[in-house]
Write a protein that binds this ligand. Structure first.
Ligand SMILES: Nc1ncnc2c1ncn2[C@@H]1O[C@H](COP(=O)(O)OP(=O)(O)OP(=O)(O)O)[C@@H](O)[C@H]1O
Length: 455
């Protein structure tokens, strides 16, 4: 492997990842050396190293091996004294940059980092669990009069909050190129604030943040417990709302539930539209996998996937979309390295660790216990023969959850509910499915219970 060869390889990567990703993430990589099967690249920042490692390492590995280099692993190290930084217009900055880096970065760097080119509305798969969040995101991305301020998107890890935020920013940029859209993580907000304090540039900081038309802050829970940052955030927030500028926030839980977030910040966040990204369901996961496969087809032409593999993955990996995507990337890279079709056997071999880690640990017994506690009835009454509605409904909810959250068959579930027949379980599951659509209380009960069980 030589510098020259890396130069050629980069051109192939350009085709695969697209110009934006290439300029931002691939071009700044410098090939250092290949030793003991490890190809080492230098990167300008930790953040970049982490990002490239998470998102492009498999692809780089694949291209290196396709080009004949014998590489088992790629590694990214921060180069000393590198000053290269990507520089398009809208800021995107998630988490990992260190305070030290922030303190040496000029404030105007806020105008200089990319959004992820893959995170657009086109690539966002909409299903029941995220349709409201998607609709709200679409609405603000039209850039019309501000109707709800702020828009708060919240939900668990890897459910698409950042994806939606970037999609809004891309869309606004396309529709209203004159708007000054600022996207950054709450952590980044804090670093910039600390930096401004240290460098006595608070005026610059305030002017900058108050001059944006749309402010997007990702993972706002990060500022909880950080008093002065919260205070500054609060003032920034108020100043922008007063000017009728749109604010879009994401968080890992509902604002009211963020511990150590000041009451006044909480109540500001609750003033607008707060929408929830629910945990994915099977259909959404399958849809996402199918979409990703379409996208991968360009990079891996000729690769075949046997029937049932995507369904299997959607069934088994229910943690979050990031894990699901990672599994698929690995599967494609592995299959193309060994030149095999992606069938069940290869999937089980290649993803043994992921599948083990996401094995469902929820048991029918645990569901029964939780549901009976929730409805305040005795476990024995829920499992027993009584037909009273106050027992029958919780019983059906528990059956429904057992079907959704465990891999038990209907007869197995029936046996655990006092030896009931599988048709009774099927009826119970159907009933709850119907009720969820017409009875808000049942829908909420099921959702609360599901969350508690999956937590
Ligand atoms: N509905 C969806 N359609 C397509 N891709 C999705 C969807 N939801 C999530 N993803 C993908 O899953 C990955 C994780 O999503 P994202 O980073 O937006 O999650 P997040 O909610 O911001 O998580 P975190 O809390 O860790 O910041 C991304 O690659 C994203 O593109």
């Amino acid at each position: 492997m030589t510098q020259e060869k890396w130069g050629q390889l980069r051109q192939r990567l350009l085709k695969t990842v697209g110009q934006n990703n290439y300029t931002t993430w691939i071009e700044p990589l410098e090939f250092e050396h290949l030793e003991d099967g490890v190809a080492t690249f230098s990167v300008p920042t930790n953040f970049m190293g982490n990002y490239v490692s998470q998102n492009f390492a498999d692809l780089i590995l694949y291209e290196l091996n396709t080009a004949g280099a014998k590489v088992q692993r790629v590694s990214f190290q921060v180069a000393a004294n590198t000053s290269k930084r990507p520089s398009p217009r809208v800021v995107s900055s998630k988490a990992d940059e260190s305070v030290e880096q922030a303190t040496t970065t000029p404030l105007d760097a806020l105008q200089a980092a990319p959004l992820d080119a893959r995170f657009t509305f086109d690539s966002f798969v909409v299903g029941k669990p995220n349709e409201l969040a998607h609709a709200a995101a679409r609405r603000v991305s039209e850039g019309g009069p501000v109707t709800f301020n702020p828009l708060v998107l919240y939900g668990g890890v890897g459910l698409g909050k950042t994806h939606l935020m970037h999609a809004i920013a891309w869309e606004l940029r396309a529709r209203k190129p004159d708007l000054n859209v600022l996207y950054l993580s709450a952590e980044q907000f804090m670093y910039r604030f600390v930096q401004a304090l240290r460098e006595r540039k608070m005026m610059d900081f305030k002017v900058l943040f108050r001059s944006v038309d749309v402010l997007m802050v990702d993972d706002v829970q990060f500022i909880a417990g950080k008093d002065s940052t919260q205070e500054e955030f609060f003032h920034t927030f108020n100043a922008l709302v007063d000017q009728n500028k749109q604010i879009i926030i994401s968080a890992d839980r509902a604002p009211g539930e963020i511990k150590d977030l000041e009451e006044r910040v909480k109540s500001r966040l609750q003033c607008g539209l707060v929408v929830d990204l629910h945990p994915t369901d099977y259909e959404l996961r399958l849809g996402i996998l199918q979409t990703k496969v379409q996208q991968y087809r360009g990079s891996y032409p000729g690769l075949e996937i046997a029937d049932g593999v995507l369904e299997f993955l959607a069934q088994r990996i229910s943690t979050n979309v990031r894990v699901l995507e990672g599994a698929l990337t690995r599967l494609f890279a592995f299959a193309s390295l060994v030149g095999r079709e992606i069938d069940m056997e290869l999937t089980q071999d290649c993803l043994a660790d992921v599948l083990r880690a996401s094995e469902r640990k929820i048991t029918v017994e645990e569901i029964q216990r939780r549901v009976s506690e929730y409805y305040n009835i005795r476990l024995s009454d829920m499992i027993g023969p009584k037909r009273l509605r106050s027992y029958a409904r919780p019983r059906q909810v528990a059956m429904y959850l057992a079907k959704q959250l465990t891999s038990r068959s209907l007869p197995e579930i029936g046996r655990r509910f006092g030896g009931r027949d599988h048709t009774t379980v099927m009826h119970g599951v159907k009933r709850i499915e119907e009720l969820k659509l017409i009875d808000g209380q049942i829908a909420e009960d099921v959702e609360m219970l599901r969350r508690a069980l999956e937590a």
